[in-house]
Design a protein around this ligand. Structure first.
Ligand code: C2E
Ligand code: CA
Ligand code: CA
Length: 600
């Protein structure tokens, strides 16, 4: 008879039972012991599902054990590390990181941070992973105190720069976009001045809270300057999405704010910069968003602007000009050219306009229309003005008595006019060189007279008392009204070249010039037409009653005074060989004046 297969005993033998019982007790002891420790522990199988957790872990995620077991770890505890999802189980294995450690920031405000550590459990293949979590919020808060703004609790510049750097590094592993929104509060200084710094501080806190409340938990926000906030995001997919997001954020942040009976409506400009390039520097990305913010601020209609590489070009050009300016000024190489102003009736020179010139470098010249605004922004305009003034006064003091009846006009930057003590300074320089100020004409534009009427008008009045004459430059391009013009402390106007250019071809220009001349004459003001390039324009101007002019027809700006013949009647300034130069082509300029026209 074949041997019948031995049936499993219906009850395990006694010894085995004891063993199972012992194992169960051990597991129970382990479970209870591991449940006592403060560290949160979770065991995850190869598919990423939780197969065991301790009480601390259940407490950490705020769920019951039954909800946790079998669920994926990522779903139970969605971890973020500076806005970047922590490696999932698949990624952990894929990246061959069977064990590792990192810090995860669960929330920014209040700071909740975990130190996460994981190791393989080598009992089976593929290995389950054991994760442990330690709350390091306090430690991290202390360590990052120096990275936080004491008023708003947000990250400060240092903290934010570090976060941006981390996000850029992350682009190397996972291509995508890093987006910065540079948010600048408009008129914050006025709010501080009007209501006090305590209200200003509360507004900053409010703005910080509004920003936080309207971004995703994984986005980062920092306050990097007085009224400047920056939001960093890593999950914006396109420029269009970024613009929509920034516009939505703008609406939320600029809602009226009620504070102790006051209602303040914050105004905000937002600049956006995005990059997919992990190698871009943090400074450059931040600077791009700042530039975009400035263009939003300058726009009369938009509050949000996207960085445009053209802006970058402009900024680089400006910085090149600034450094060239510094070199030129340090080496005392700034030149001054002079353009004659003509009595249109008899063609004699009655004066000159002094125009600052850059020495040309390798044949390339930087025009005043470019370097004067840069000089104004860089605080170098006063130095340029002093050089031009000294040059002019020196030229005047060197003139023979007969020619001193001629005046030299200098252009006054609006910044100069807002300078206290301008008149005193100019009077001192003139006295030192023994030149009467009556030979000097100051050309001013309207804006400083509109913006700071009291101090500008006082300084100009003082200079006029000493004999200086004042002309309103580029007349017709500003906002002059008749009543305003009558009140200004001026002696004359210079009709802008744009009107003279169209004098013969555009009936509107012709009508406007005629009106300006009549207005000036009615107010007993002198009139000079700028940009005269043709004989026929001279005739038209004379017919309208304008008897003074300046332009390439008579002479381009040139060094003083060797290129000008003072005796030649009509177009006296033009050397004989160039008197027939056609419209638009000025007489040859001096070696240092490579600008052949006004390129503004
Ligand atoms: P602006 O005061 O209106 O000076 C006249 C400009 O028109 C000069 O340009 C001159 O070269 C140009 N121009 C004169 N006649 C003609 C003409 O017939 N046709 C054309 N197309 N252009 C003519 P420039 O020298 O390039 O100066 C541009 C502007 O830069 C000046 O305009 C003035 O606003 C500013 N600027 C120049 N030098 C100084 C300076 O020393 N200080 C200050 N604050 N501004 C200056
Ligand atoms: Ca001028
Ligand atoms: Ca002008």
């Amino acid at each position: 008879m074949p041997e019948s297969p031995s049936l499993p005993p219906s009850h395990p033998p006694e010894g085995e039972l004891e063993l199972v019982e012992e194992l169960r007790r051990t597991l129970g002891r382990l479970d209870s012991a591991l449940g006592q420790i403060r560290e949160a522990l979770v065991l995850v199988d190869a598919a990423g599902q939780v197969i065991w957790s301790n009480a601390a872990f259940d407490g950490l995620v705020g769920k019951r054990r039954l909800e946790i077991l079998g669920a994926s770890l990522h779903r139970v505890l969605p971890l973020n590390h500076v806005g970047e999802p922590i490696l999932t189980i698949e990624q952990t294995r894929g990246a061959n990181q069977n064990s590792g450690m990192l810090n995860a920031i669960l929330s920014e405000l209040p700071l909740q941070a975990l130190e996460v550590e994981w190791h393989p459990v080598l009992t089976e293949e593929p290995n389950p992973l054991m994760f442990s979590f330690r709350d390091v919020s306090n430690r991290l808060a202390l360590a990052t105190q120096a990275m936080r703004c004491s008023v708003t609790g947000l990250l400060n510049r240092r903290g934010l720069l570090e976060r941006i750097q981390t996000s850029l590094h992350h682009l190397r592993r996972q291509p995508g976009l890093v987006t910065l929104l540079f948010c600048d509060l408009n008129h914050f200084k006025q709010i501080n001045d009007l209501y006090g710094h305590h209200v200003g501080d509360r507004l900053l806190i409010e703005i910080g809270q509004r920003l936080r409340a309207n971004i995703r938990p994984e986005d980062v926000v920092g306050r990097i300057g007085g009224d400047e906030f920056v939001v960093l995001a890593i999950d914006v997919d396109s420029r269009e999405e970024a613009i929509q997001w920034a516009n939505r954020l703008h609406t939320k942040i600029t809602a009226p704010w009620h504070d102790e009976g006051k209602t303040i409506t914050p105004r905000l400009s937002i600049g956006i910069a995005l990059t997919a390039d992990p190698e871009i520097s943090v400074d450059e990305l931040l600077c791009n968003s700042d530039l975009a913010m400035y263009s939003a601020k300058a726009s009369p209609t938009a509050s949000v602007a996207l960085f445009d590489p053209q802006l970058d070009k402009q900024v680089k050009r400006e910085s090149l000009i600034r450094s060239r300016l510094q070199t030129v000024l340090a080496a005392d190489q700034l030149c001054v050219n002079y353009q004659p102003i003509i009595d249109l009736v008899n063609g004699s020179i009655i004066g000159f306009e002094a125009l600052a010139r850059f020495p040309a470098e390798e044949g390339v010249s930087i025009l005043p229309s470019e370097f004067i605004p840069v000089a104004e922004n860089a605080g170098l305009i006063h130095r340029i003005s002093d050089i031009v003034l000294s040059h002019c006064l020196e030229e005047l003091s060197g003139l023979s008595k007969g020619l001193q009846a001629m005046s030299i006009s200098i252009n006054m930057s609006p910044l100069q006019l807002s300078q206290e003590g301008l008149a005193t300074k100019m009077i001192q320089i003139a006295e030192k060189l023994q030149v009467p100020l009556s030979y000097l004409v100051l050309e001013v534009t309207e804006s400083p007279l509109i913006d700071r009427p009291q101090s500008a008008i006082r300084e100009l009045g003082h200079l006029r008392d000493c004999g200086c004459r004042v002309y309103l430059d580029d007349f017709g391009t500003g906002y002059s009204s008749m009543s305003w013009l009558a009140q200004l402390p001026i002696d004359g106007i210079k009709i802008d070249r744009s009107f003279v250019t169209g004098l013969l071809t555009d009936p509107r220009s012709s009508l406007l010039v005629a009106t300006m001349v009549r207005l000036a004459r009615d107010l007993e003001l002198d009139v000079i037409a700028e940009g005269v390039e043709e004989e026929a324009q001279v005739d038209a101007l004379l017919a309208m009653g304008c008897t003074k002019g300046q332009g390439y027809l008579f002479g381009a700006p040139a060094p003083f005074p060797e290129r000008f013949s003072f005796s030649n009647p009509r177009c006296a300034a033009v050397p004989a060989s160039t008197t027939s130069s056609s419209a638009g082509s000025p007489p040859p300029a001096c070696a240092r004046d490579s600008t052949k026209g006004d390129h503004r």
